[in-house]
Design a binder for this molecule. Structure first.
Ligand SMILES: Cc1ncc(COP(=O)(O)O)c(C=O)c1O
Length: 340
């Protein structure tokens, strides 16, 4: 489109993210702090709005395009996968999503239309449990948990909030990516093909997996209950983190593997796991006020509509055809379609 791209992200995020952005030719602005310092990004956006008035800001925390995409694409993909896996005893019991901007969790809104009893579980870092207990803090599960409730999170559709210790995620990251970890998993009967693919899971994917184990235990699920989740990125984004862990804790050995497997996976319990009542959901929704109305200048009427307007979410999620028409028309105008 001939636009200049600018990406804004916290300076303490992994080196691989910054390298990748350089590769796609984006100008990168690093704001102070770690993963959960999103307010600093918003401040930068306001500065840019004032100094570069021709810019268009895509804030993934407030753009409905984000959750609409996941409703229509991720949601449908999961349902297709479920239809291939199911037998006549199966149910799609739960969908787990560690929430950052709350785009991915919207797949659960689609899945609810197909499986009304599904449990939609939002998970976050125990070190920053904003949804669970209005908590705050820095953590190491990159991509999630940003000390506020995203505008586009349809909280009414979330059944459970759980919080995962980032230390467990970092330990499992090592277990899944170190030779001694693989050896131990093999000795425990894990299929070698599965082991070879464990590097497809990044830190938040591991957090999702631990949340899925908690969900299975809490709801006493069995082999007929299928749980779906998303591996949002892979360990390729965290090779520098693995190196830092080796430098800080020493080389990964058999004892580390046994401890991490037993405590973080087999020993996973249902602590920090909360089923939401109507009032709990409203409390989470109400937290949006402080970020979006007081800080970011949204209207109270729009905030109320997110909670009270019975058609709003349905309309948002079901406008793909119109968007496709607009995209086609735009591409036609620019001449792009003729070149394809
Ligand atoms: C690695 C990673 N995990 C999880 C998420 C959370 O997804 P969402 O922002 O859709 O809630 C993100 C989001 O950017 C991410 O980058």
């Amino acid at each position: 489109m001939g636009c200049e791209a600018v990406a804004i992200l916290p300076e303490e995020m992994s080196a691989e993210r910054f390298e990748w952005l350089k590769e796609v030719n984006a100008e990168v602005i690093a704001t102070p702090g770690c993963e959960s310092n999103v307010k600093e990004i918003y401040d930068k956006c306001w500065e840019i709005r004032k100094t570069r008035p021709d810019c268009v800001i895509f804030n993934q925390f407030e753009e409905f395009g984000n959750c609409v995409w996941h409703y229509n694409i991720t949601g449908h993909a999961i349902n297709e996968a479920y239809n291939k896996l199911k037998n006549n005893q199966s149910s799609l019991a739960a969908y787990i999503s560690a929430t950052g901007s709350a785009g991915t969790i919207a797949a659960g809104d689609y899945l609810r239309t197909q499986h009304p009893d599904i449990k939609v579980v939002a998970s976050e870092a125990l070190q920053c449990p904003t949804l669970l207990m209005n908590g705050f803090g820095g953590h190491r599960i990159e991509g999630i948990g940003d000390k506020h409730v995203p505008w586009i999170h349809n909280v009414k559709n979330t059944n459970v909030i759980t919080a995962i210790d980032d230390e467990d995620c970092m330990r499992v990251l090592r277990l899944f990516n170190e030779k001694k970890g693989h050896d131990y998993l093999l000795s425990q009967g894990v299929d070698s093909e599965v082991i070879n693919n464990l590097s497809l899971m990044g830190i938040s994917s591991i957090s999702n997996m631990i949340s899925a184990i908690k969900t299975a235990k809490y709801y006493e699920l069995d082999e007929n209950d299928l749980i779906f989740s998303i591996a949002t990125d892979s360990a390729s984004m965290y090779q520098s983190r693995l190196k830092e862990l080796s430098e800080a804790k020493g080389d990964y050995n058999d004892i580390n593997a046994i401890k991490d497997y037993e405590s973080c996976l087999m020993g996973c319990r249902t602590d920090y796991y909360k089923e939401l009542s109507y009032t709990d959901k409203k409390m989470i929704h109400n937290l949006k006020y402080f970020t979006w109305v007081e800080q970011q200048g949204k209207e109270i009427a729009d905030l109320n509509a997110l909670w009270y307007d019975k058609n709003l979410w349905h309309q948002q999620f079901n406008q793909m055809e119109r968007w496709d028409e607009l995209i086609e028309a735009f591409n036609d105008r620019t001449g792009l379609l003729k070149n394809l």
